[in-house]
Ligand binder design. Structure first.
Ligand code: NAP
Length: 439
């Protein structure tokens, strides 16, 4: 058939294409030899989603179809994908929507409106957590592939790591744009104005500076019981775990523990939280108990008033099988349980012990490794500043640390006098009920 040139022919072609779009849940306008089209078709196959394919190169009027698609969508190339009558785009866009998380396939309409988009680590967990529950309450309009959706740990892990990788990449680019020299190495003071930097290969380089800013953050604490470091994971490891954790015991009852437990249970895993005393110490207890009840209603089990004493491996694997022994905090009772994964979330320690702070004369609270600073984030050594979670008695929140860093740079080098803690200095140590949403 020759290319369509007159107006009525175009009108007819447009309505033919529109009918294809309207009558197929998924339609891919493709070319049989195009590798990007193959990728998209394979993706639907993998997701077990039925898709209708129109191979434009095998049709007489394929070129006219392609031109009309350009007019209708602004996209000239193939694959050109439509789902539930919505134009998705080409290969990259389709993979991106799929990768953003399984829920992206379910609630495309919401994602397109910009709602529910993961904006940071705090958005990722609840989003994934909502997936199975949303399946049962989704309307047909919202739900694209209700019958075929399964959570895929590897897809989620890759999406989370890609997102974090993109953040890190963005920071690296910003540093380069501002002519900041980026050095990837462990730093340790050897003199008050001199540090030794040791890179991954063990190469040592010495740097001197007029001023220093410490921002080393915290790392998860372990329990100090047999088997904890060998067999358990922490929240820092969760999103790089190469396999689905399976039946999981979460040890700890603060917000990191409950967030991780809630998110894993939301994915449909068998989750138990071992609580030493109360849920969410330091938070309003009425709210804390409501959070606990809500989790229980959604299948999370709680072992209250127990502490673990030993973790043993029963079987290696991905995941393997672990035996956990715990004792009651109130009686002599000893209990045992079997899990695939044990996640420890019993607090985090400031990473200050290997910085050689004694060589620089910086004072540290010996009880918790935290560094006291004045309202200018200045340590007891005037040319050494500190920001973030390593500060004694300050807010442990990523946005606060970022703002503190910006304001400190402006004060040190831009003539500014604005301080971060003048308005925010309601310290945690004051005992107030200050709720934090976490990173
Ligand atoms: P946490 O708030 O320090 O609470 C520790 C929890 O573990 C409590 O429930 C505690 O129980 C329990 N626990 C402690 N030792 C235990 C043991 N030996 N056996 C059993 N349970 C034990 O801990 P988290 O939620 O893991 O971490 C919170 C920290 O993460 C914050 O302090 C913050 O520094 C950091 N953080 C920072 C950001 C950020 O944006 N900068 C974001 C997230 C987290 P009890 O109540 O009985 O003591």
């Amino acid at each position: 058939m020759p290319p369509v040139e007159n107006d009525s022919g175009k009108k007819e072609l447009k309505s033919q294409i529109q009918e294809l779009i309207d009558s197929n849940q998924v339609i891919v306008f493709s070319k049989s030899y195009c590798p990007f089209c193959v990728k998209v078709k394979d993706l639907f196959k993998e997701l077990q989603v039925e898709c209708n394919v129109v191979e434009l190169d095998l049709m007489d009027n394929g070129t006219s179809y392609q031109e009309m698609l350009l007019e209708m969508t602004g996209q000239k190339t193939v694959p050109n994908v439509f789902i539930n009558k919505k134009h998705i785009g080409g290969c990259d866009k389709t993979l991106q929507v799929s990768n953003e998380s399984q829920i992206g396939w379910l609630f495309l309409s919401q994602l397109e409106r910009g709602e529910n988009k993961p904006r940071g680590c705090q958005r990722m967990m609840p989003l994934s957590q909502e997936a199975p529950r949303s399946l049962s309450s989704a309307s047909t309009d919202e739900c694209l592939f209700l019958s075929s959706v399964k959570h895929n740990w590897d897809t989620m892990k890759t999406a989370v790591n890609n997102y974090i990788g993109s953040l890190n990449w963005g920071y690296r680019v910003s540093l380069r744009d501002k002519n900041v020299n980026y050095v990837n190495a462990y730093a340790e003071f050897v003199e008050p104005h001199k540090i030794k930097a040791t890179n991954k290969r063990g190469k040592e380089t010495f740097y001197t500076g007029a001023k220093f800013v410490l921002a080393t953050g915290e790392r998860p604490r372990y329990l100090g019981i047999p088997g904890d470091k060998e067999y358990c994971i922490t929240s820092d490891d969760l999103f790089s775990l190469p396999y689905c954790p399976g039946k999981t015991l979460v040890i700890g009852a603060s917000y990191v523990a409950l967030e991780c437990g809630g998110f894993l249970a939301g994915l449909g895993l068998d989750v138990t939280v071992m609580v030493r005393s109360i849920l969410l110490r330091g938070f309003d207890q009425d709210m804390a108990n409501r959070a606990g009840e809500h989790m229980e209603e959604h299948g999370v089990k709680f072992l209250r008033k127990y502490v673990p004493t030993k973790i043993e491996e029963l079987e290696a694997g991905t995941p393997g099988r672990l035996k956990v022994t715990a004792k009651s905090t109130e009686t002599d009772e000893i209990i045992e349980g079997e899990y695939n994964t044990v996640l420890i979330a019993v607090g985090r320690d400031a990473c200050t012990d290997k910085l050689g702070l004694d060589m620089a004369g910086v004072k540290v609270n010996p009880k918790n490794g935290k560094i006291p600073v004045n309202d200018e984030e200045q340590t007891n050594v005037p040319h050494i500043h500190a920001i973030g979670d390593i500060l004694e008695g300050k807010w442990e929140l990523t946005p606060v640390a970022i703002q503190a860093g910006k304001l400190l740079a402006r004060r040190l080098y831009g003539g500014s006098t604005v301080k971060v803690f003048t308005t925010l200095d309601v310290t945690r140590s004051s005992g107030g009920d200050i709720t934090q949403s976490g990173c």
